[in-house]
Design a protein around this ligand. Structure first.
Ligand SMILES: [Zn+2]
Length: 195
């Protein structure tokens, strides 16, 4: 299994007279290659598709070669370019508010799309948030965690991120830290866990 960070997500958000400009605020995009399958985790934000295409070309891949796109959650800085991968099976998870029940891949934690890759629910930042756990050939676990955790949380154990539910955010972040040897967050560089 090979894991390549194609784009490192930024934190850039600047105040403008009419609000917050999020144009240059986009997520990390990660390519996982295993057993002849290509999986992307997140697709970054508006204007980033040409860059994704360029990065895929470095691995002799085109957008048509992507078999799966996992969206950690449906915020536009992660999901904007999802429709540009015409052959991809899109993996996401939705919590249904009205009944509290789940639909669409409700059983996602027990589904194995590619051997060695598991998907876990990591709620808190968003109600549909999930993370991807990939076990490398050397046994180390890499968690592509979207916005379920960030470097500041790892360093301080304090919540510095947006969360609709702070307790769930902390539960998810702790779960990720327990599993991970490496965390690839939705914004910022990869974090190596000291174990
Ligand atoms: Zn984000």
């Amino acid at each position: 299994m090979e894991i390549h960070v194609l784009i490192v997500g930024t934190h850039a958000m600047k105040e403008t007279p009419d609000g917050v400009d999020v144009y240059d605020h986009y997520s990390t995009v990660t390519l996982i290659q295993s057993e002849g399958k290509n999986m992307l985790v997140d697709t970054a934000g508006r204007g980033k598709f040409p860059l994704i295409k360029e990065k895929l070309a470095e691995f002799s891949l085109s957008p048509e070669d992507i078999h799966y796109v996992v969206l950690t959650h449906f915020h536009l800085d992660h999901a904007y370019n999802v429709s540009f991968f015409p052959n991809a099976h899109v993996i996401g998870w939705i919590h249904e508010w009205k009944t509290g029940s789940t639909f669409r891949f409700a059983d996602i934690e027990n589904m194995e799309f590619i051997k060695g890759i598991k998907i876990i629910k990591t709620l808190g930042h968003a109600e549909e948030h999930l993370s991807v756990v990939a076990t490398r050939d050397d046994g180390k676990k890499v968690v592509m965690a979207g916005d379920a955790i960030n470097k500041k949380y790892v360093d301080t154990r304090e919540l510095h991120a947006m969360a609709y539910d702070k307790n769930l955010y902390k539960q998810s972040a702790e779960k990720i830290m327990e599993i991970a040897d490496f965390i690839i967050p939705g914004h910022g560089e990869m974090i190596e866990m000291k174990k």
